[in-house]
Design a binder for this molecule. Structure first.
Ligand SMILES: Nc1nc2c(ncn2[C@@H]2O[C@H](COP(=O)(O)OP(=O)(O)OP(=O)(O)O)[C@@H](O)[C@H]2O)c(=O)[nH]1
Ligand SMILES: [Mg+2]
Length: 319
């Protein structure tokens, strides 16, 4: 890509042009060589958005909640970018369609940009891709970025940890007891939302969260807020927005926001290095064919893998 074209693209993204942003996100998703050049240009213009991550079981009401939260922020005249990661859950049976409908509902509003990302067949780390997409949205001038992901595995934990504020959504009943939620997910919550509070059992969920909280104190001494919502009716949304703000104020007062970012970047840098080094090794030193041949040698016990790896890395380092 010519430098001039890249600059035009960057300018268009920065002015929030929807098609340029969409193209950027596609490039990032596909990890095209241009996307890296683009991200280098966009990064200096990012860092202003408030990034809020929401996670919860399939069908817990993440999309509905995100939608309501987006409306709330639009009322406050903030612009919003939404990234829905893996919206296809067994519960709603392919909510991508629902997300499409959601997008149409906001279609006339250029202050909001929604993007669904499927996770299957992904090149490289999902967390990194999501973070890069957030960087692009940030550089496009969105004030707030909402990241929605199904809270099931390590990938999701990695994704929401990129956020300034992490919200874990629980629902009463449905066997969705606090105990059954992955421990890792509970620990990352800065705010708990008990959605579907129109149903019976919200009290019990709250009690369980409190019981769990009494067992462990966080390093930052923050006691996660619990907010009840009925996302479908827009109930509790203003309270949630207020809780988010309160936590952000706490972050700033304790000078924790930067610390959080630094510790995130430590991990992201290691991950980027790992990926980049491996890419270089496989590109410059180790072809697929060689890899297969080595694997056969090790499998046949003709060679030990430890010396082999030392040799490969050693020969690479000398280059
Ligand atoms: N009763 C009730 N239903 C709700 C509430 N919030 C969401 N729902 C319903 O729950 C279902 C799932 O909502 P979604 O917002 O798609 O949930 P999700 O967590 O995004 O689902 P996936 O992305 O498929 O994991 C929908 O039928 C919603 O209308 C609520 O507060 N109360
Ligand atoms: Mg959803």
């Amino acid at each position: 890509m010519k430098n001039n074209d890249l600059q035009i693209w960057v300018d268009r993204i920065r002015s929030g042009e929807v098609r340029a942003v969409a193209r950027a996100i596609s490039a990032i998703e596909n990890r095209t060589p241009e996307s890296v050049e683009l991200l280098k240009e966009l990064f200096p213009h990012s860092g202003n958005a408030r990034v809020i991550g929401l996670t919860g079981s399939p069908g817990s009401g993440k999309s509905t909640l995100v939608d309501q939260l987006a409306r709330e922020y639009r009322k406050q005249s903030s612009t919003v970018g939404i990234v829905a990661v893996d919206p296809t859950s067994p519960y709603t049976g392919g909510a991508i369609l629902g997300d499409r409908i959601r997008m149409q509902a906001h279609h006339a509003d250029t202050g909001i940009y929604i993007r669904s990302m499927a996770t299957r067949g992904f090149l490289g780390g999902l967390a990194r891709t999501t973070a890069d997409v957030a960087t692009a949205l940030d550089a496009s001038g969105k004030d707030i970025i909402l990241i929605e992901t199904v809270g099931v595995g390590q990938d999701e934990i990695d994704i929401v940890r990129l956020a300034d504020v992490t919200i874990v959504i629980l629902v009463p009943g449905m066997g969705d007891d606090v105990q059954s939620i992955k421990a890792g997910i509970m620990e990352i919550a800065d705010i708990f939302v008990i959605n579907k509070s129109d149903r019976e059992g919200a009290d019990r969920v709250e009690k369980e969260i409190r019981a769990m909280q009494s067992l462990a104190m966080r390093d930052d001494n923050w006691n996660p807020t619990i907010v009840r919502t009925v996302a479908t009716e827009g109930k509790g949304i203003a309270e949630l927005a207020a809780a988010i703000e309160e936590y952000e104020r706490y972050l700033d007062k304790q000078d924790l926001r930067l610390q959080k970012k630094i510790s995130n970047w430590r991990e992201r840098l290691v991950e980027m290095l790992r990926e980049s080094l491996l890419q270089r090794v496989t590109r410059e030193r180790l072809s697929e064919k060689e890899l297969s041949a080595y694997a056969a040698e090790v499998a046949g016990h003709h060679r030990d893998p430890y010396t082999l790896v030392d040799e490969i890395v050693g020969s690479f380092a000398k280059k």
